[in-house]
Ligand binder design. Structure first.
Ligand SMILES: Nc1ncnc2c1ncn2[C@@H]1O[C@H](COP(=O)(O)OP(=O)(O)OP(=O)(O)O)[C@@H](O)[C@H]1O
Length: 251
């Protein structure tokens, strides 16, 4: 956990326009320490754009990002990471020529740990996610699902207050998804950090999230418990269109 853990990450009235495309329009949400907040919505809803804004890769115009009430909207991605906001990407973005252990060790060195402490932390995190063998494997030879898990582990090695996970289950089979769900559920308890989870796999979202925020066409459509969101007719309509009126429609 970071030296001064933060309690609250907020997006306030965030707008982003690309050319003529309104990717986000007036989005407001709060991620609290200890929370697992799902961010869902149909393709093109603005989920990745919002994660980019929350992690400094995209500037809101207008709108603000606040970390414990401090405006951090203008910070670079690097400064955001130093302030306690970590993320994993849709494409894993590991250092492919480094080993699994080295990838995590580099993250620890990056936040100022000694080599010994960074290596020890790296081993502890790999053990914790159940990756007990293959620490010396080079990352360009990893199976896809391992890449995704190591990407989460590396995000944790930065000791974030908040971690933003972009589609961690993509390409995983059912068994791998179950392991991933265990990992995500354990992050707030074991690392004390809040998690925002973008995911198309509804089993994963419904299984691990405390609350879910729904975007549609760049706007906030709903926020609530998994049960509330699952039963919200507007959410069903956004996902299923006219099929939402069918009996037993589920997401
Ligand atoms: N760099 C960009 N330039 C132009 N348009 C963009 C850019 N990034 C995103 N968009 C557009 O903004 C809108 C929101 O995209 P975004 O990727 O945030 O949605 P998403 O909900 O993450 O989608 P998906 O589930 O398909 O990943 C889409 O219409 C997309 O085409």
């Amino acid at each position: 956990m970071a030296k001064s853990p933060k309690q609250k990450l907020q997006a306030k009235n965030v707008h982003v326009v690309f050319g003529g495309i309104k990717a986000l329009t007036g989005v407001t949400l709060t991620l609290n320490a200890g929370d697992i907040l799902g961010l869902i919505g149909p393709n093109g809803a603005g989920k990745t754009t919002l994660v980019n804004v929350l992690s400094g890769f995209q500037k809101p115009k207008p709108g603000t990002i606040e970390l414990d009430g401090r405006d951090v909207s203008d910070l670079s991605p690097r400064k955001m990471a130093q302030a306690g906001i970590g993320r994993s990407f849709q494409a894993a973005r590991l250092f492919r020529k480094l080993t699994v252990l080295e990838n995590l060790t580099v993250a620890g060195l990056g936040i100022g740990l000694s080599r010994k402490a960074a290596t020890s932390q790296a081993r502890d995190i790999l053990d914790w996610i159940g990756y007990r063998h293959g620490h010396d494997r080079q990352c360009d030879s990893l199976p896809y699902s391992d890449e995704r898990r190591i990407s989460i582990a590396r995000a944790l090695a930065l000791q974030p207050s908040f971690t933003l996970l972009d589609e961690p289950a993509s390409g995983m089979n059912e068994q791998e998804c179950e392991l991933l769900m265990e990992t995500i559920t354990g992050i707030p308890k074991n690392f004390g950090c809040g998690v925002m989870l973008i995911e198309h796999n509804m089993q994963v979202i419904m299984g691990v999230c405390h609350r879910i925020h729904v975007l549609d066409g760049g706007r906030s459509l709903a926020e609530g418990s998994p049960e509330e969101v699952r039963n919200d007719p507007n959410v069903l309509r956004a996902y299923l269109g006219d099929r939402a009126s069918q009996k037993n429609a589920v997401i």
